[in-house]
Ligand binder design. Structure first.
Ligand code: SF4
Ligand code: SF4
Ligand code: FES
Length: 256
């Protein structure tokens, strides 16, 4: 319960802690005195290292989140997830022949998908996870690659899947196959690679490498970003590939 001074109460592995509201779950865990030596990486929502399960007061559901991207709430009862194990099946990307059954051959368990959509409802990236697994099952490698494009391999979906599918690995192979065999060639990229091979940027790179760290950091912070053309929509693989997001976001529904 909030104490009126901006402190709220969270429970971490069964112990109660008073922490300031407005912190991310990850910052609140550190505020409570824990040093995170596992389950923390980029702290920016990209690496997938910080999957978290939690309960809320008054709800019978288990919720999922990335600890570095989600604010701590009064009454949260938290536990950090281990990574969902994947028994590695080595493959040689150079030897793969992209065919409609390629993903199914590498991940036969996708045939066990019961279309429950639990994976999509638990994905902190809001990805249409079931749709990309179904695309993989149908042999639509391009669609599986595009719909899984923003997967950060946190493993939350896999922890909840009744068919024990390792979604992140399926999406990764789809993207690798798409990138190597199916994506149309990019002339700009080929031109830039040729320029690099011809040494066009050698002097510039040598100059950068010899800079002191502070100057390098300052230049990094002042770097410019590629402008988005006026009126251009931000890229959205989900929209482009016409996959409707799950209309029932039960977590928000309950929170509201
Ligand atoms: S959780 Fe598993 S079984 Fe359910 S839709 Fe997703 S992939 Fe299919
Ligand atoms: S698809 Fe699964 S592994 Fe990828 S970000 Fe979503 S929940 Fe995490
Ligand atoms: S620490 Fe990288 S996604 Fe949270």
């Amino acid at each position: 319960m909030s104490d009126g001074n901006g402190l709220i109460t969270m429970q971490l592995m069964g112990k109660s802690y008073q922490v300031p509201s407005g912190l991310t779950i990850m910052a609140a865990i550190e505020y409570a005195g824990y040093k995170l030596v596992r389950g923390a990486g980029c702290r920016g929502g990209f690496c997938g290292a910080c999957p978290t399960l939690y309960r809320r007061d008054g709800s019978h559901r288990i919720f999922t989140a990335l600890a570095c991207q989600t604010l701590v709430e009064d009454g949260m009862c938290l536990v950090q997830m281990p990574f969902v194990p994947l028994l590695t099946r080595p493959y040689d990307l150079h030897a793969i022949v992209p065919q409609p059954n390629t993903l199914l051959q590498h991940f036969p368990e996708i045939a066990g998908c019961v279309a429950c959509n639990t994976c999509a409802r638990s994905c902190p990236q809001g990805l249409p996870v079931m749709d990309y697994i179904q695309a993989a099952l149908r042999g639509d490698i391009e669609r599986a690659a595009m719909l899984s494009f923003d997967c950060i391999a946190c493993g939350i979906c896999s922890s909840r899947c009744p068919a024990d599918i390792k979604h992140y690995a399926v999406g990764l192979l789809a993207r690798r196959i798409y990138g190597k065999y199916l994506a149309p060639p990019a002339p700009d990229l080929a031109r830039r690679v040729a320029e690099i091979a011809a040494g066009r940027y050698d002097a510039e790179l040598d100059a950068l490498i010899s800079l002191p760290a502070a100057e390098l950091r300052a230049r990094y912070e002042q770097r410019s970003f590629e402008a988005v053309a006026d009126g251009a929509e931000p890229y959205s693989a989900t929209r482009r590939y016409n996959s409707p997001m799950d209309p029932v976001d039960y977590q928000d529904e309950l929170a509201g």
